[in-house]
Design a protein around this ligand. Structure first.
Ligand code: ADP
Ligand code: MG
Ligand code: MG
Length: 255
């Protein structure tokens, strides 16, 4: 069973010629089949955690460990992390001019699976996944994220998730900017992947509304660069009623 283990993770970024510590000792274990929600105020470091796990070069790990099935993730390149089974759906997906969705998906699948998917089954696979996500087939020929609406970007992220079948999926604010219908469609996509029982999901969110559609097994409050409290789904209800204030006192919160 795949397990992602984060131990006492400290991460800095360079900003305005200064080194700023953003993650201040994150501890978290995500096992295949589990869904963890990470909830916290803006600027608490949630995206920094996601980027650090994915290997973004802007984020420097100064101490701590991250392992996937005992393998040192921090030693891996971005590509190696993807091949090892880590997947990140970004809060702000980037445009890739000149690369069609169709080419992008096939290249990604080839990289992750270690061989090109068989064309006939692949085309069917993509078509079905797109239809389930209520995406127009013509979408496949558009350039990645170029001129996509917020909802289209998020659907495209979940399309990748469904096709790449990672061991651990990090979904950074997949709910942001979605209307209720899009939120439902996107959540259903995430739930299809979860139902396989083969993926561990780290659902990063600011709001509780997505948790009405995706039921987490564990909820963690993220504040000031670390996990301030952990509990079950009931913790999300508590946050909905009481906000984050109780967890952010005594430390600066920006953003
Ligand atoms: P969240 O996702 O919880 O809103 P972020 O991880 O995006 O929080 O940001 C946490 C803090 O780190 C903020 O103060 C933000 O300005 C800072 N930060 C994050 N990424 C960078 C970066 N690439 N350069 C400079 N500062 C950054
Ligand atoms: Mg520490
Ligand atoms: Mg963020």
């Amino acid at each position: 069973m795949a397990t992602l283990e984060i131990r006492d993770l400290h991460v800095t970024v360079e900003a305005d010629n200064a080194t700023k510590e953003i993650l201040k000792g994150v501890d978290l274990t995500v096992k295949q089949g589990e869904t963890h929600a990470i909830m916290g105020p803006n600027g608490s470091g949630k995206s920094t955690l996601a980027y650090s796990l994915a290997g973004h070069p802007k984020y420097t790990v100064t101490s701590g460990t991250v392992t996937l099935d005992g393998e040192d993730v921090l030693e891996m390149s971005v590509d190696e992390r993807a091949r090892a089974g880590l997947f990140l759906a970004m809060q702000y997906p980037v445009e890739i001019p000149g690369v069609s969705v169709s080419n992008f998906l096939r290249t990604s699948a080839t990289a992750v699976r270690g061989e090109a998917p068989k064309l006939r089954t692949w085309v069917k696979e993509v078509k079905e996944a797109m239809s389930e996500l209520q995406m127009d087939p013509a979408f496949a020929e558009r350039n990645v994220n170029e001129g996509f609406s917020g909802g289209e970007k998020k659907r495209h992220e979940i399309l990748q998730l469904e096709l790449l079948k990672p061991k651990v999926a990090i979904l950074d604010e997949t709910d942001s900017g979605l209307d209720v219908d899009a939120l439902k469609t996107v959540s259903e996509g995430v739930n299809r992947v979860r139902e396989s029982g083969e993926v561990g999901t780290l659902l990063i969110t600011h709001y509780t509304r997505i948790l009405k559609y995706i039921k987490p097994d564990f909820v963690h409050v993220f504040a000031n660069g670390r996990i301030a409290a952990s509990g079950g789904a009931e913790l999300a209800d508590k946050l909905e009623n009481e906000g984050y204030e109780a967890y952010t006192k005594g430390g600066p919160v920006s953003g």
